[in-house]
Every structure is written in C-alpha cells, then in structure tokens.
Design a protein around this ligand. Structure first.
Ligand SMILES: [Zn+2]
Length: 122
C-alpha cells in the first residue's frame, strides 16, 4: 500500500471525526495496522506529518499498533500467527506454512486491514 495515500485517508477520517465533535485540534491518532499490509511505520509517520501540515491535525501523534497476521490452514483447519520475513517484505511474496502441520496450503484471514481506532481531540 502506498504510505502517503494511506496517511491522507487516515487524516480525512480523523478530521471528519474531530469536526463532528467540534474539536479545535487533533492531538493523537490511534491506528491499528495489520502486519501483512506491508506498511512501513516510519514512512507512514513522515507521510502523516506531510498530509496534516497546516490542518487541525498538525503535530498530532500517530500511535501505531501493529496487529499480527493470522492464517488458516486448508489441510488441518488450524490457525497460526505469522509475521513477515525480511524476504517477503522485499518481494511482497506472502506464502505462509501452517505451524501445526507444515502445509503451505493456507489462506490469510487477518493482518491485511488498517483502520483508525481512536483519536484524541481538544
Ligand atoms: Zn495445517
């Protein structure tokens, strides 16, 4: 996912919520990001700074919580937690083996989503 476009989306969600509550300033945005979204937190923070410059969210702290990825095995139906290897971060290749039976026949069920969980306003 492109960090800047995503940072802008976060800002728009936070801004809409802040306006609805009559806030003057957004001080913090709590964000949940699935590990498998391939979003780089440092890049996202910088993009967020750029996206919010001159807005009511300028200077807001971006609190990023990374949620682990989960896969479900099609062979044994068990669920495993997975993290991205350096290789898959570079190649975008996300194939995971079941941690119970070693089968590569798995599907990703969690870790692909990102959303604004909460914001702090003044
Ligand atoms: Zn399995």
């Amino acid at each position: 996912m492109h960090e800047f476009a995503f940072a802008y989306d976060i800002f728009k969600v936070a801004e809409a919520t802040a306006i609805k509550h009559g806030a003057k300033r957004i001080t913090e945005v709590l964000l949940e990001i699935g590990e498998l979204t391939l979003i780089v937190p440092d890049l996202l923070r910088r993009s967020f700074e750029m996206a919010t410059a001159g807005s009511i969210a300028e200077g807001a702290y971006l609190n990023i919580q990374v949620l682990p990825g989960k896969i479900k095995c099609r062979e044994c139906n068990k669920i495993s937690s997975v993290t991205l290897s350096e290789e898959s971060q570079l190649t975008g290749n996300q194939l995971f083996r079941c941690q119970h039976c070693e089968s590569p026949n798995t599907e990703i069920i969690d870790g692909k989503k990102a959303n604004v969980k909460n914001i702090k306003i003044e």
